[in-house]
Design a protein around this ligand. Structure first.
Ligand code: HAM
Length: 416
């Protein structure tokens, strides 16, 4: 028996309506803010992610699904959407026609992480990116979009965490200060943090190791090392969030798992999730477009984990899968039912009948299970009368509807 690969899961028919809801919430909300959909390939050249996300990150160093193509080139299943979107923006010169470019994407991402509740190897993101906005206004707006999206999905009990990670003018000096502080305490760090002290000291701030927490809390904070421009930018983002009444907490340790961020970073978590509590994360990445060979164009965005949003939603009630269930009894009735079924479907009514012709009782049970609003019965008595018996499944009331009227009658009942 072949099973689904570890860390992948089937989205079964009963779950799909929840997916449709969160997908259509994305499309309708983002359109109100001027975002248009972009669809990029699921695999890209490996170098795109190595350069874009950063060779030292966990994602690139140990979580990518990378394979050699038949011509020897190295390809990778996308672990996130931002790098591919940036490549597409550059390759298609999208900023020439649209200097203030706002796009979103939906789709599967792949990371070889240790699977657990809320963490998969194939998962889905709703991703939002805005290019060409240098000022702090877009930072506040995009955070509003992120929270608005969760709210549109039905999630309001969430926590927003915010930080600024500086820019090339101030971060390198901070990183050195941090490295020096870590080197002075190397013996108190575990092997991962010791290694990261040299390769990427910011990552140490992310450490969850309990024995390192005291030391990390006492490390120099980036907030005290921001250059005046970054400090002013961050101050204005916060002022605008305050202005529109968005509540947040500043966390100096929020560095995020991707290297492209500059200035504002943010994450939204939910207490309703377990250890994997991050619903979405994002930030500004002003150097990435240039780093990937494009113009000096700033960018900002975020991505939502769709599985995590759906896990947090209250369970949906049973869904109605059919409006009208037809119940012909006997061969003559069956032929009339087939014609009526086709006409009703043509009129946009969701109609089913049981082509296997099971017993009356079994078919009534099936109609109930499918959530049918009406059952239309045509037996010998009805054929004699020239009328269908139409039963309203909610109140069990039934009426006789002449054959010539039954199509219009059911159409009116369903569509009003
Ligand atoms: P990220 O924080 O790596 O950011 O991922 C964003 C969200 O994707 C997470 O908050 C989480 O909900 C979901 N996610 C990540 N990994 C998994 C997983 N293994 N299983 C289930 N859900 C997961 C990014 O991907 C950036 N590209 C976001 C961004 C866009 N920054 C700027 N623009």
């Amino acid at each position: 028996m072949i099973r689904a690969v570890s860390g992948t899961r089937d989205i079964l028919p009963a779950e799909v309506s929840a997916w449709h809801r969160v997908e259509s919430a994305a499309r309708s909300l983002f359109a109100r803010y001027g975002y248009r959909e972009i669809r990029t390939p699921i695999f890209e050249e490996t170098a795109l992610f190595a350069r874009g996300i950063g060779a030292e990150t966990d994602i690139v160093s140990k979580e990518m699904y990378t394979f050699e193509d038949r011509d020897g080139s190295s390809l990778t299943l996308r672990p996130e959407a931002t790098a591919g979107i940036v490549r597409s923006v550059i390759e298609n010169n999208l900023m020439n026609t649209d200097p203030a470019l706002k796009v979103y994407a939906l789709g599967p991402m792949f990371r070889r992480e240790r699977p657990q509740k809320g963490r998969y190897r194939q998962f889905h993101q709703v991703d939002v990116e805005a290019f060409g906005f240098a000022g702090p206004g877009i930072d506040a707006e995009i955070i509003e979009v992120a929270l608005g999206y969760l709210e549109a999905c039905g999630l309001v009990e969430v926590d927003l965490v915010l930080n600024s990670v500086g820019d090339p003018a101030c971060r390198p000096a901070y990183v050195e200060t941090l490295r020096a502080a870590l080197r002075a305490n190397l013996a108190k760090l575990g092997p991962d943090s010791q290694r990261r002290t040299e390769t990427n000291p910011l990552r140490v701030l992310d450490s969850k190791a309990p024995e390192e927490q005291g030391l990390i809390a006492a490390l120099p904070r980036i907030a005290d090392h921001l250059c005046p421009a970054c400090r002013e930018h961050f101050g204005e983002v916060r002022r605008q969030l305050d202005l529109v009444g968005i509540r947040y907490r500043v966390d100096h340790r929020l560095v995020r798992g991707l290297d492209y961020y500059t200035r504002t970073t943010f994450e939204v978590t939910s207490g309703a999730l377990g250890a994997q509590n991050s619903l979405l994360g994002g930030g500004r990445y002003d150097g990435l477009v240039k780093e990937l060979g494009g113009p000096d164009l700033c960018g900002i965005g975020f991505a939502v984990g769709m599985e995590r949003v759906i896990m947090t939603l209250p369970a949906a009630e049973g869904e109605r899968r059919c409006d009208v269930f037809l119940m012909p009894l006997g061969a003559a009735a069956q032929d009339k039912a087939l014609r009526l079924q086709r006409a009703l479907r043509g009129a946009g009514v969701r109609v089913l009948l049981d082509p296997e012709g099971r017993s009356f009782k079994a078919r009534m049970k099936l109609a109930d299970k499918l959530g049918a609003r009406f059952v239309a019965i045509l037996g010998e008595d009805e054929i004699q009368k020239g009328a269908w018996t139409v039963r309203d499944m909610a109140g069990s009331a039934q009426e006789d509807v002449p054959e010539a009227r039954v199509l219009d009658h059911l159409k009116e009942k369903i569509h009003g």
